[in-house]
Design a protein around this ligand. Structure first.
Ligand code: HEC
Ligand SMILES: [Cu+2]
Length: 364
């Protein structure tokens, strides 16, 4: 069994073709912000595209990026023009005038160009160094203190996310691979890794921060447009590095609060006597050692928390859409879909699979 490439979650999210909006690119390059044209929800959906950003942190970084691109292009153009001019204006000296060999000589005055070039390059480099250092200081901390924190633990090959309510520990909860943040609010991200070095990156919102075993790295993120943004592990971490993606939802404040409330709740108990109850028992035996469903006796810590699995749009680190078919395929043969992932093929029977899937469908 192989993965059908068309069944994967589209890189461009929501099937939206990759598109640069020149007006916003210019505005950003000139140090401004993206014009806040009223856009329908999800219009900010972008693929792994970082030249246009939708969050305070990314917005601060992008002018430097454009300036570096502009200077690099300018250098290539100027150098190419000089080389071409030199070739066209070349005069072949007559090296053997009257049978005598004449040494090649350089016309005087050329050294001035070299000095000018050196001075100019040095000034430009110093300028960019100063800009970079200043920018790094400005993006080190958000403009105001974040109201909550997400503890993200990178694992081969998925993202564990623990939302921490600073005032009410009972409202803290765990989820995986699909993160939600409220519109226009800075959120602190505390990064850990349990195995190898990974790196957290949601290009349209902010730069990269490594997740290093034995170390805690902190960063922050902010989304200023409602939408879904793709994130990706950006430090090679093993066989399924490519499929270690994530989806970051920037929600309107009310939607975010509703999402948090739903996530913090335990799973609804399955109705007695239903197939879902049989499924829950099979799940506890087959899957409960690795997966938690809050409110049940399954409390494994190896894989993603599945308490509200159905609230997620994708599974297996944004690799597959969360549909009935993909979910069945994943449970039956994770190693065929994502070879090397840490979920083993459990060899369950057809009826067991049916019961477990029916049970999982109740976890919304
Ligand atoms: C040995 C531990 C282990 C066992 C047993 C196990 N899983 Fe998993 N499971 C994982 C890991 C690890 C992942 C993350 C895989 C990845 O994305 O790379 C995962 C991912 C999943 C996901 C996707 C979750 C998401 O949001 O991405 C589902 C659904 C799932 N498992 C269901 C099951 C079911 C049902 C069973 C029992 C038949 C089961 N698992 C047994 C470890 C396990
Ligand atoms: Cu990784």
């Amino acid at each position: 069994m192989t993965t059908d490439p068309h069944s994967r979650v589209d890189l461009c999210e929501a099937g939206r073709p990759f598109r640069v909006r020149p007006a916003s690119v210019m505005a950003v390059a000139l140090g401004g912000t993206v014009p806040a044209a009223p856009l329908p929800a999800r219009a900010a959906d972008t693929p792994m595209y970082y030249l246009e950003t939708f969050g305070a942190k990314g917005d601060m970084t992008v002018p430097l990026l454009w300036a570096l691109i502009a200077v690099s292009v300018l250098v290539v153009v100027v150098i190419s023009a000089m080389v071409i001019t030199g070739i066209l204006r070349r005069r072949d000296p007559d090296l053997q005038a009257g049978g005598r060999i004449i040494a090649v000589s350089r016309p005087p005055g050329g050294i001035g160009w070299i000095h000018a070039g050196l001075v100019l390059t040095t000034l430009v480099l110093i300028g960019f160094t100063a800009w970079t250092v200043d920018l790094m200081a400005r993006i080190a901390a958000p403009g105001r203190e974040p109201s909550f924190m997400i503890e993200v633990t990178a694992q081969q090959f998925w993202w564990e996310a623990r939302y921490v309510d600073p005032d009410d520990p009972a409202r803290s909860f765990e989820t995986a691979n699909e993160l939600h943040i409220p519109l226009g609010e800075p959120v602190r991200i505390r990064l850990r890794s349990t195995d190898v070095i990974h790196s957290f990156w949601v290009p349209a919102l902010s730069g990269k921060t490594d997740a290093i075993p034995g170390q805690i790295n902190e960063t922050w993120i902010q989304g200023d447009r409602v939408g879904v943004y793709r994130g990706q592990c950006t430090e090679y971490c093993g066989q399924q590095h490519t499929n270690m993606a994530m989806r970051m939802f920037v929600d309107a404040p009310d939607d975010f609060t509703a999402w948090w409330d739903a996530q913090a709740a335990d799973a609804e108990p399955a109705s007695p006597g239903s197939l879902a109850v049989a499924g829950r028992q099979a799940f506890r035996l087959r899957c409960g050692a690795c997966h938690t469903v809050r409110g049940t006796r399954s409390a494994g810590e190896v894989g993603p928390d599945l308490t509200h699995l159905m609230s997620r749009t994708t599974i297996a680190s944004a690799m597959l859409p969360n549909t009935k078919g993909h979910l069945s395929g994943w449970i039956a043969a994770p190693q065929a879909l994502k070879p090397g992932s840490h979920m083993p093929d459990t060899g369950i029977s057809g009826p067991e699979l049916h019961a477990i899937r029916t049970y999982l469908a109740t976890l919304d």
